[in-house]
Design a protein around this ligand. Structure first.
Ligand SMILES: Nc1nc2c([nH]c(=O)n2[C@H]2C[C@H](O)[C@@H](COP(=O)(O)OP(=O)(O)OP(=O)(O)O)O2)c(=O)[nH]1
Length: 171
């Protein structure tokens, strides 16, 4: 099992993001998410985190794959990543950015999020978010870091059992 989940809630051509008050990725924009709790499935945990961080009760979420980190040649962790459509009853949520204990929540245009010169987004997001939003087959996106810098993000078939289960629709 991996330790984290991450979700990109979509509203037309924008996604709901949080400018994080706390590490990791302090001061950067990311999807919403957090740590899996003991005994929780990746799906249940992402629905819970989305609710806790945004107050949005998702109807469902689509598993996009896992993102793993390899630091100086060693596996260093990873997350289950989901995309979700904004349920109709929340269509007015975050019409203006809103601040919480966790960070500032706002809708951000996907085009802006994936621009290579955007310094406010973790470098790996532009590699995995577009295929996930396009509905690509769930994959592993392996991020290779060397001395703190992202060197490459490789797309490979899912091997991890929990990820294969999530891809098969496990809730
Ligand atoms: N640890 C870690 N998390 C990352 C990285 N990249 C990335 O998108 N994330 C995501 C996964 C989670 O959605 C989020 C980190 O979770 P968090 O620390 O906010 O989790 P949490 O609030 O449940 O944890 P906590 O308060 O109990 O410490 O950031 C990374 O490089 N390291």
């Amino acid at each position: 099992m991996l330790n984290y989940n991450l979700c990109f809630i979509r509203k037309e051509d924008r996604v709901l993001m949080i400018n994080r008050h706390h590490a990791p990725l302090k001061g950067m924009w990311n999807g919403v998410g957090g740590k899996l709790e003991p005994g929780e499935t990746p799906y249940d945990s992402v629905i819970r985190e989305a609710w806790e961080e945004t107050g949005i009760g998702l109807r469902s979420a689509r598993f996009g794959g896992i993102v793993t980190w390899e630091t100086d040649g060693r596996f260093a962790g990873g997350m289950y990543v989901y995309t979700a459509d904004l349920p109709e009853e929340y269509k007015d949520a975050f019409a203006s950015p809103a601040e919480s204990e966790e960070g500032i929540l706002a809708w951000k245009a996907v085009d802006w999020v994936v621009q290579p010169d955007n310094q406010g987004i973790a470098g790996h997001v532009r590699h995995f978010l577009p295929p996930m939003l396009a509905g690509a087959e769930p994959s592993e996106y392996r991020c290779i870091f060397k001395e703190g810098k992202l060197q490459a993000c490789l797309t490979m078939p899912l091997q991890e059992e929990s990820a294969r289960n999530a891809a098969a629709g496990a809730k």
